[in-house]
Design a protein around this ligand. Structure first.
Ligand SMILES: *Cc1c(COP(=O)(O)O)cnc(C)c1O
Length: 400
């Protein structure tokens, strides 16, 4: 029976829709595959959820796997140098999954004391307070402090490099060796610089996570996260947590946006980095600027480490102005090309005031300990023309 012989109501629901794209159709861009469920050819008594092979076109339900998400996961695995990747509804979801799969109650975690604020709260308010996992936060710029914090029950080492907002680094290769010695899983949140410039798996990390919200998607229009690993058993555990334990995955439309964003990741990163370098050098020479934190500056105390483990220095830097909070506010208000907003890694430049925004949940004492002063500002340098960014900053500095 020809489809068009069906009743109007039936046609309205199903006509023109195919379970598989037409024979011979090869999309150059992966379509947004929104279907929540997929028709299977027949009842197969031998089928199981584990035996589904998305790469062979076997889909059952989009929480488990989805063609658009699957395409993104393959691309992220390849870019990170991993065999497996999973895409989540946020960077936070990728992080909680990677950590949950590596620790049990009674275990111990060693982490950088300069972690992303949300991850720090997750470690203390979820893993420590509710799940009986102890956490030691250390200044991982000094690899010896990481080694000294390790215990027999340490099952996870969790690092970020460079950190937010002070662009501190840790030595991925050296810390991987320490984690190995204790049989601990080593995870790196690589959000601040992304896989174009730094690939932690190749330096010995067991898992790398990115908030795709930032550079990977790169256009400030999607929240997402992804992880990649080469460890088969760990990947299975994280897949279980993603699909069944937590039910947390990137939606097809966001997977599509991120696939699209990734096409220009290398181009964008090169431009972010060259603009950030120019901005950092300009500000470092300006009398109204007390300090510039950017790993691409020779004055950065870990510039040599940065040059060794990164192939570019990224697009984020922070500055301390030689003025009070009122002066900082006047500077920010005078900027044309740097809207005051959290987040980073989009094509447009942004400026952020950590003390009152990203790091406001911390106590004054904690901020003092980390070096987050009222005059500190974080810049996410976009891909606009360098000259426009420099003259904007110069004009705004004249105001103070
Ligand atoms: C933004 C960010 C996260 C959290 O990612 P979401 O996508 O906002 O959940 C984690 N780590 C770092 C370093 C980040 O910058």
């Amino acid at each position: 029976m020809n489809d068009s012989d069906y009743q109007f109501e039936t046609l309205a629901v199903t006509h023109g829709e195919r379970q598989r794209p037409a024979e011979g159709v090869e999309d150059v861009a992966v379509p947004v595959h929104l279907a929540s469920t997929f028709a299977v050819p027949e009842i197969d008594p031998d089928a199981s959820l584990e035996s589904l092979d998305p790469d062979a076109g076997e889909y059952l339900y989009s929480r488990l796997s989805n063609p658009t998400r699957n395409a993104l996961e393959h691309r992220i695995a390849a870019l990170c140098g991993g065999d497996h990747a999973l895409a989540f509804a946020s960077g936070t979801a990728a992080i909680v999954t990677a950590i949950s799969a590596a620790v049990q109650p009674g275990d111990h975690i060693v982490a950088f004391d300069d972690l992303y604020g949300g991850t720090k709260s997750m470690l203390s308010d979820l893993f420590e307070d509710r799940l009986n996992v102890s956490v030691s936060l250390v200044d991982a710029r000094d690899t010896d402090t990481v080694a000294a914090a390790m215990r027999e029950e340490t099952s996870l080492v969790w690092m970020e490099t460079p950190t937010n907002p002070l662009l501190r680094l840790c030595d991925i290769e050296a810390i991987a060796a320490i984690a190995d010695e204790y049989g601990a899983t080593f995870g790196v949140d690589n959000t601040f610089v992304g896989p174009h410039f730094q690939r932690p798996l190749e330096l010995g990390a067991d898992v790398v996570v990115h908030s795709t919200t930032k550079y990977l998607n790169g256009h400030s229009d999607s929240i997402g996260g992804a992880l990649a690993t080469n460890d088969e058993a760990y990947a299975e555990e994280m897949t279980f947590l993603q699909r069944v334990g937590m039910g947390n995955m990137l939606a097809p439309f966001d997977a599509y946006l991120t696939l699209r964003g990734l096409k220009t990741l290398p181009l964008r990163m090169e431009k972010h980095a060259s603009n950030a370098q120019a901005v950092a050098e300009f500000l470092a020479d300006h009398p109204a600027v007390e300090a510039v934190h950017y790993p691409g500056l020779e004055s950065h105390p870990q510039h040599d480490l940065a040059s060794r483990q990164m192939s570019g220095y990224g697009g984020v830097l922070s500055i301390e102005l030689d003025t009070d909070l009122d002066g900082v506010a006047r500077f920010v208000a005078a900027l044309e090309h740097f809207p005051l907003a959290v987040s980073l890694g989009g094509v447009e430049s942004l400026i952020e005031h950590p003390a009152s925004m990203t790091h406001s949940p911390l106590s004054q004492e904690e901020r003092d300990m980390l070096g987050i002063t009222d005059s500190l500002l974080r810049l996410s340098v976009g891909v606009e023309h360098e000259a426009d960014l420099l003259s904007d900053l110069s004009d705004a500095l004249d105001v103070i």
